[in-house]
Write a protein that binds this ligand. Structure first.
Ligand SMILES: Cc1cc2nc3c(=O)[nH]c(=O)nc-3n(C[C@H](O)[C@H](O)[C@H](O)COP(=O)(O)OP(=O)(O)OC[C@H]3O[C@@H](n4cnc5c(N)ncnc54)[C@H](O)[C@@H]3O)c2cc1C
Length: 518
């Protein structure tokens, strides 16, 4: 149902809730909000793109989910097909699923859709009667609208943008991106390709070039090299899940318990040794990507070389185009070669800091500057529940300044974010009722049968308090060592000073809800 918002006396439009961003995070916020709002409550949804789905609406055409598709969803909405759980949906399939979820949600609530509108300002006004928010947005023609909202959920999440081609000096090579690759180079040509960036997008690109065309030269420019979680270890296929495979919540628990605030390198080595696959010999980074043994073999045996360095430029030398690497060396490349910018989609741009809850409590932000979980989808789901239940202000969740911490040391970011995610989920499990976890379709551990998840629950019942204290001490130590923002919001900190971090328990959460993971 779509309607116009009511006009206030000053000409602004008023609503009960304004959600900014209609990516997977925004849709999860909308899903949860729809459970708390009444029929007469007005919701305004503002989205820069012209449709829902976020990055999945314009992701490169060979992108696939990293994770089994059922748990990449909105709330507990099911995919309307019966493919095996381990099937990795394509980008187009994900976009279509998110659109369908959005259409179903739209039936439930009174919604004003402002697609093609960018939010240019969002602020909170404090008064004697409480806090409200004012949002300013603009369409492509520059028309401005002002929305006055009782509450705002700023669910811009990871705000993933398509990459630009690298600015290369040579006129004799093609500089392109994953989004343009099919069009500008094609998969069935013999053009030599240099894949710049060794993360999951780089692996997707190399894999597709090697399997869809054949006979072409593919070189990886891999930086420090990346490891990937072993797909078969965490997501075994079919009935094997009854007895084999590791729950992602177990990985998070084990890594979180190993992390002491100062040993991120040792934690990474542990992860690499036990749980990872990689291409080449030097692999120093992990960006939460997942790769199968088959993908690793195709890329590992098929490539023409791995360069463990960073590309600075390609210039036209006396004998043809030459790559210039960060270590100063130059290498000739065949004329006409293509360079694909796969240097990463996530956390590439900086945003201003804002806490996940504003001072007056009217604005909830799902942002990499104040993370509570490594996934924006799960953050939006749980934080929106806590927001509507009025529990967010007092809950001793830790916020995590992802952008600042990754800039300081990527490995510190990846290892400590596992502890943070694990700890915050323990805190939320004690504050939210069973039904919230029961309806969380984002829980990837649901891939496993109940008896496997029940063991995880028993462990938590017995040891959850100790796990929580361990994580809190580790994160406090990290904050002291590195001077990074990682701790309770100031208001919650003041209230919980000297108090034990454990919070009132409503009812136990179901098994396997620890890592809502990708
Ligand atoms: C190739 C690839 C594969 C991935 N696979 C997985 C996976 O398997 N599992 C997983 O969990 N994650 C995966 N991810 C991460 C994925 O990006 C997120 O999980 C999820 O899609 C991000 O959703 P989001 O809503 O946070 O961000 P986005 O999809 O970027 O949505 C944010 C939305 O906010 C809008 N917006 C931003 N600023 C404004 C503004 N000022 N005004 C109005 N609108 C605004 C944007 O237009 C955008 O539509 C993958 C990422 C990539 C690149």
């Amino acid at each position: 149902m779509t309607k116009n918002p009511t006009k206030t006396e000053a000409g602004a439009e008023s609503c009960d809730l304004c959600i900014i961003g209609a990516g997977a995070a925004g849709l999860n916020a909308l899903f949860v909000a729809s459970e708390y709002l009444g029929k007469d409550d007005r919701v305004v949804l503002i989205e820069r793109r012209d449709r829902p789905g976020g990055m999945w609406t314009d992701v490169y055409d060979y992108a696939r989910l990293h994770q089994p598709h059922p748990s990449f969803t909105v709330g507990d909405m099911k995919w309307n097909w019966s493919k095996p759980a381990e099937y990795l949906a394509t980008g187009a399939e994900v976009a279509s699923h998110l659109t369908r979820c959005y259409r179903l949600l739209r039936e439930k609530i009174e919604l004003v859709e402002l697609f093609g509108h960018s939010v240019t300002a969002c602020s909170e006004t404090l008064s004697g009667t409480g806090a409200t928010a004012r949002v300013e947005c603009r369409d492509e023609s520059g028309n401005t609208r002002i929305i006055e909202a009782k509450r705002v959920i700023k669910a811009t999440g990871y705000d993933v943008r398509t990459a630009d081609p690298l600015a290369l000096s040579s006129t004799k090579v093609v500089s392109t991106t994953p989004e343009r690759l099919s069009r500008e180079v094609g998969f069935h040509t013999k053009t030599p390709v240099y894949v710049v960036g060794g993360g999951k997008t780089g692996m997707d690109t190399a894999y597709n070039l090697l399997t869809r065309g054949g006979g072409r030269s593919v070189t990886l420019i891999n930086g420090k090299g990346t490891v990937f979680a072993k797909r078969e270890k965490f997501f075994p296929g079919g009935v094997r899940r009854w007895w084999s495979g590791t729950l992602l919540s177990t990985l998070f628990r084990d890594q979180a318990l190993l992390f002491d605030g100062a040993n991120e390198d040792a934690c990474f080595q542990n992860f690499r040794r036990k749980s990872a696959v990689s291409i080449g010999n030097r692999n120093e980074a992990w960006f939460y990507g997942i790769l199968s043994g088959e993908e690793r073999d195709v890329i590992g045996y098929g490539h023409d070389g791995v360069i463990n360095d960073y590309l600075e430029d390609v210039v036209d030398g006396p004998h043809g185009p030459e790559m210039v690497l960060r270590n100063g060396t130059r290498r000739l490349v065949p004329e006409g070669s293509a360079f694909v910018n796969c240097t990463g989609h996530l956390l590439r741009r900086s945003h201003a800091y804002e806490p996940y809850l504003s001072q007056g409590g009217a604005i909830l932000a799902v942002t990499p500057r104040s993370m509570v979980h490594f996934l924006s989808t799960a953050s939006a789901y749980f934080l929106t529940h806590l927001f509507f239940r009025g529990k967010l202000r007092d809950l001793p969740l830790y916020e995590f300044d992802g952008e600042a911490i990754i800039a300081k040391k990527p490995r510190l970011y990846h290892m400590s974010l596992m502890s943070l995610t694990y700890m915050n989920l323990l805190v939320m499990m004690r504050a939210l009722p069973f039904s919230v976890f029961d309806r969380c379709g984002l829980d990837i551990d649901r891939l496993y049968p109940l008896h496997r998840r029940a063991l995880a629950l028993i462990d938590l019942k017995l040891n959850g308090g100790n796990y929580l204290r361990h994580c809190r001490n580790a994160l406090d130590r990290m904050r002291a060592l590195h001077g990074v923002r990682c701790g309770p919001l100031p208001a919650a900190e003041a209230r919980s000073e000297d108090a034990d971090i454990s919070v009132p328990e409503e009812r136990p959460a179901p098994a396997g809800t620890i890592a809502k993971a990708a």
